[in-house]
Every structure is written in structure tokens, then in C-alpha cells.
Design a protein around this ligand. Structure first.
Ligand SMILES: *[C@@H]1O[C@H](CO)[C@@H](O)[C@H](O)[C@H]1NC(C)=O
Ligand SMILES: *[C@@H]1O[C@H](CO)[C@@H](O)[C@H](O)[C@H]1NC(C)=O
Ligand SMILES: *[C@@H]1O[C@H](CO)[C@@H](O)[C@H](O)[C@H]1NC(C)=O
Length: 401
């Protein structure tokens, strides 16, 4: 495909690898900050460089907005509040074409939600599920949100015994991950070393525990991503998980039930470090986020300072498209300290990294052919920087596209 388009363009004065691409129009991003604010950022590309500007903040997601879930087709953003004071908020915003956020509805929560998303109903948007890190709960609510919204259900997880890592004192669900068929919810539990599996009743929003995948002791699974070795299938064949405590990523074979009423089963295939072979993280490093794009997997390391005091790394892996097997490619500069979230744009050409402690958003080049992350395109500080090892600074960033 790439070669064909080069020869097609041969008659034009196209310089391969050069910066003759037409200047694209500005893109917007949305970032949340642990001081209770959400910001719209505007990225204006200019040749191979670009600039980022930060708009005025909006509030509405409580004291500690932690996670953003964008529904671009609906121009809607949901924000989840990590407040650890025993109460918090879910907030819904409408997103203008210029990225401007307008607070719509809000609901009170029990606080400490580190992730959430919509599921069920007739269109996959009938309910919202959230996970609470220290209360160890998976909570559901019926949409639409309002001031009188109350939880539909609260499932509390417990441990049969503590895990080997001191942070595995209780169950710590870290994500409500909707399977692409919409029939199952997977909950990586950092405290329990489990990927908990729930079947979804789309009509009632009921989540029923139906099994789990067992991570290795001390892995501390945090987030997951799906991969298709059969791209035409509605069901993914592989799940990748990021292990925050083990500083590693794992791959799992997913088997879907043949009939109604069954459960997904997960078989662990592989675990690879988020550090280059022969190296490892230190006592304060914590892997944070993983993303797939094409046949590549990326995992962000927090506080490893591989590329300098304010430059942590993003581990890069190649995926064998036939089997989902991953192999180490390289460590790339995240241009951020404590990259808690990152997201690749739809074109696969740019990565937005949210540095939590550095409280910056960095835009980095990505080569779609090699999967490699490259030079810094733009970076901007958003609100106040955090303090090393504290729950402050910039919590999340998403592309608005
Ligand atoms: C917890 O409550 C205190 C006192 O009301 C408030 O100052 C602080 O911002 C709250 N912190 C969080 C994380 O919600
Ligand atoms: C994954 O599971 C499927 C279905 O059970 C099986 O056919 C396949 O061999 C498994 N793949 C691997 C890599 O274990
Ligand atoms: C981050 O990395 C860039 C590119 O290598 C370098 O120019 C910069 O000095 C580094 N900054 C810090 C604070 O480590």
C-alpha cells in the first residue's frame, strides 16, 4: 500500500520522509487534572512540529477527576472522580466541535472511582459501571444520570489471602473493561491478581460473576486491551493486560462460550517485562497504561526516568498478527514524568502522553510502518505540576476525534 501510493505520487514533488505533507487542521484533546479541573487543549500542527495551547478549565467532576471516557459519535464525555473522602461524582459533558466542554448531568458516587464506562441497554449506553480502588467495589448505575441517581448494584470484592506485594492488602479493582461483543465485563484486580469476569444482562444492567483469569502472584493487573488474530471476527482472540506491580504485560487466549449463558475463559500465554531484556524497573516504578495499534503494543512506565529526570519510558512490542505473540521492540521516550495515560490518534501518526507528575501533555511522532515512537512534536504544562509519588498532577488525556 505504501509503495503503491509512493509511485502514484512520483509525478508530484513528493519527498519520501520529508515534511511536504500539507499542514493539517488543528486537533483538540481533553485532559483532566487532580485539582478538580478539565481542560481542552488545541494542537496545531506545522510541518513536522506543532504547538499546544490550553483552554480555560471546567469543573463538575468532583475534587479528583481520574478517568475520561469519550464517546465521539455522541460528542459526549464521561468523567470519573477518584476522591477518597467517601463521596465523589460521575459527570457527563457535551463536547463541542472545538472541544469545548459543557457540563450536562452529574451523579453522586461513593468516591474513589478509578475507571468507568457505559454498557448494556439497547445501544450499549444504558448503564455505567465504575470500579473503586480501596472500597474494592464494582458499582453500576442506570443512565441517564441525575441528582437523584443511586447505585443499581455494588459488588464488593474480598481476598482469600493477601498478595505478596504490600499493596495487595485488599482487592483493588482498577478497570471496568467491556468486551467488544458487549456481553462481558472484565475487571483487572490489582490486589487479587485476578482478571474478574462478569456476564452482562443488557436489559437489566445486572453483572453476574462467571469466572476469572489468574495472573501470577504479585503481578497487580491494572488495565487490559483486546487484539484480533482473526480481524473479521466480532470476538477478539487475545487480551493483553498491564501489570502495575510486576512492571510487565501479559497476553491471554480468550475463549468465548459456544452457547448462551456461558462465560469467557482466559488462558495466560505470555508475560514480558516493560523493561528491555536485561534491565528492570526500580522500587518506585509502576507500569500504568497499555495501548495497541496495528500490530504493536505499548506500555507506559511511571518513574523509571530512562531518558532523564523528567522523561520516563514507553515500552514498545511487536505483535505477531497470526498468534498475538509479543516480542520486545524498544523503550521510547515518553517526554513526560509519570505517564499515567496515553492515547494514539486515529491515523496512528501521533501519540498524546499525559505526564501526571510533570503535569504535561506531550505529542510524540509515531511511525505507522515500524510502530516506533519518535521525536517530540509539542509539549505543554497543564495547571500545576504534581509532587513525586503523590496523587496529584495531570490524571488523564484523550484525543477528541
Ligand atoms: C477531602 O476533603 C477535604 C475536606 O473537605 C478537602 O479539602 C479535600 O480536597 C478532599 N480531598 C479529596 C481528594 O477529595
Ligand atoms: C486459544 O484457544 C483456542 C480455542 O480454545 C485454541 O483453539 C487455540 O489453540 C488457543 N491458542 C493458543 C495460542 O493457546
Ligand atoms: C528529555 O529528553 C529530551 C530528548 O532526549 C532531552 O532533550 C531533555 O533534556 C530531557 N529532559 C529531562 C529533564 O530529562
Amino acid at each position: 500500500m505504501y509503495r503503491a501510493s509512493l509511485s502514484l505520487l512520483a509525478g508530484l514533488s513528493f519527498v519520501p520522509g520529508g515534511s511536504t505533507a500539507p499542514t493539517a487542521s488543528p486537533a483538540t484533546l481533553i485532559a483532566s487534572h487532580y485539582t478538580g479541573k478539565l481542560f481542552t487543549l488545541t494542537f496545531t500542527p506545522s510541518g513536522s512540529a506543532g504547538s499546544l495551547t490550553v483552554g480555560s478549565p471546567v469543573t463538575g467532576c468532583g475534587t479528583t477527576p481520574a478517568w475520561l471516557e469519550l464517546y465521539s459519535a455522541d460528542k459526549t464525555l464521561y468523567c470519573f472522580d477518584e476522591s477518597w473522602n467517601g463521596s465523589g461524582f460521575i459527570a457527563k459533558y457535551s463536547v463541542g466541535s472545538d472541544g469545548k466542554l459543557t457540563l450536562g448531568s452529574q451523579a453522586k458516587t461513593t468516591g474513589n472511582s478509578v475507571h468507568g464506562l457505559l454498557y448494556g441497554g439497547t445501544d450499549g449506553k444504558g448503564f455505567v459501571a465504575t470500579v473503586e480502588y480501596s472500597p474494592s467495589t464494582l458499582t453500576t448505575y442506570k443512565l441517564p444520570l441525575s441528582g437523584s441517581t443511586k447505585p443499581l448494584s455494588t459488588l464488593k470484592f474480598t481476598l482469600a489471602q493477601k498478595g505478596p506485594n504490600s499493596r495487595q492488602d485488599v482487592a483493588h479493582p482498577h478497570e471496568a473493561l467491556l468486551d467488544p461483543t458487549g456481553k462481558f465485563m472484565l475487571v483487572p484486580d490489582l490486589g487479587a491478581d485476578l482478571i474478574r469476569i462478569f456476564s452482562i444482562d443488557a436489559n437489566s444492567g445486572t453483572l453476574t460473576s462467571c469466572g476469572s483469569g489468574k495472573a501470577d502472584p504479585g503481578d497487580g493487573p491494572r488495565h487490559g486491551q483486546f487484539f484480533w488474530t482473526k480481524p473479521d471476527s466480532t470476538q477478539p482472540q487475545i487480551l493483553y493486560t498491564l501489570n502495575e506491580l510486576g512492571n510487565s504485560v501479559s497476553s491471554w487466549n480468550i475463549t468465548y462460550p459456544s452457547g448462551a449463558g456461558g462465560c469467557i475463559s482466559l488462558t495466560k500465554l505470555q508475560t514480558l517485562s516493560t523493561y528491555a531484556p536485561g534491565t528492570k524497573g526500580g522500587p518506585t516504578t509502576k507500569a500504568a497504561e497499555l495501548r495497541t495499534f496495528g500490530n504493536f503494543l505499548y506500555a507506559a512506565n511511571r518513574a523509571d526516568q530512562t531518558f532523564g529526570s523528567q522523561n520516563d519510558s514507553i515500552a514498545t512490542y511487536k505483535i505477531d498478527p497470526a498468534t498475538g505473540k509479543i516480542t520486545w521492540l524498544e523503550a521510547a521516550n515518553a517526554y513526560a514524568y509519570y505517564p499515567r495515560t496515553f492515547e494514539i490518534n486515529k491515523a496512528g501518526t501521533l501519540v498524546a502522553v499525559g505526564g501526571q507528575t510533570s503535569s504535561n501533555v506531550a505529542i510524540i511522532n509515531r511511525d505507522p510502518a515500524t510502530g516506533k515512537l519518535g521525536s517530540l512534536v509539542a509539549s505543554v504544562q497543564v495547571a500545576t505540576p504534581g509532587r513525586a509519588g503523590e496523587e496529584d498532577g495531570l490524571s488523564a488525556v484523550v484525543w477528541n476525534e
